[in-house]
Design a protein around this ligand. Structure first.
Ligand code: 5GP
Length: 202
């Protein structure tokens, strides 16, 4: 007998083992179900699981970053009273016009630093925010999103991640800062040469 949440984590891990491809540079490609083609049923299971783990937090907005967090965040929002989903926009050029919360994020997969921004119209004082993203590596994307929420005067009620690469530093950093971070699958090691992936027992 498996509890429902164990089932969701198990489904995601099995899917990673089946369809994930380990690339050089510690990159896990999951284009078949998450980053290019998207498995909406799986996204729905993930959203439902986040709703359980962040129950009672009073989340009224979900914040993610373009582009791969958007799909998961939108499906998850349906389990948080259809709350609005905001995605931080990435741009290569600086575009400070006083109406945007702006921060810098170094892209793990592209190696480029972006300005990331959210309009002041959509985030503000009193907002209880759940941050959602597909991957957690070194934590740059999350640090950027956290700083946007705090600049806006909101609070980060939780952080939901589909896949954390536990051998990189982001998870430890974010947990040490005291945030309630929930990662549904934590990869403890992976090997590009033979394609093996091992998960942390949770
Ligand atoms: P971080 O900012 O934590 O270093 O990296 C997280 C961001 O980089 C995520 O938004 C995700 O899009 C991307 N990312 C980091 N590592 C991987 C990976 O192994 N596979 C994929 N598909 N994306 C990754």
């Amino acid at each position: 007998f498996l509890y429902r949440e164990e089932k969701t984590m198990e489904i995601l891990k099995q899917r990673i083992l089946k369809d994930g491809v380990v690339k050089e540079g510690n990159v896990l490609k999951v284009d078949k179900f998450l980053n290019h083609q998207m498995d909406v049923k799986l996204f729905n299971d993930i959203g439902e699981e986040f709703a359980k783990r962040f129950a009672g937090t009073g989340v009224n907005k979900i914040l993610t970053i373009e582009s791969s967090g958007i799909g998961i965040a939108c499906i998850a929002a349906q389990h948080f009273n259809n709350c609005p989903v905001i995605f931080a926009k990435k741009t290569l050029s600086k575009n400070l016009d006083g109406e945007m919360f702006v921060t810098q994020v170094k892209s793990y997969t592209k190696g480029v630093t972006y300005d990331v921004m959210v309009s002041e119209k959509y985030l503000g004082k009193g907002d209880k925010v759940l941050i959602i993203d597909d991957f957690l590596a070194n934590g740059c994307a999350l640090q950027g999103l956290i700083s946007i929420v705090s600049n806006a005067g909101g609070t980060v009620e939780g952080i939901g991640i589909a896949i954390e690469k536990g051998f990189q530093s982001g998870g430890r950093t974010i947990r040490n800062l005291g945030y309630h971070l929930e990662s549904l699958a934590i990869v403890d090691s992976m090997d590009a040469e033979n394609g093996t992936i091992t998960f942390r027992e949770q």
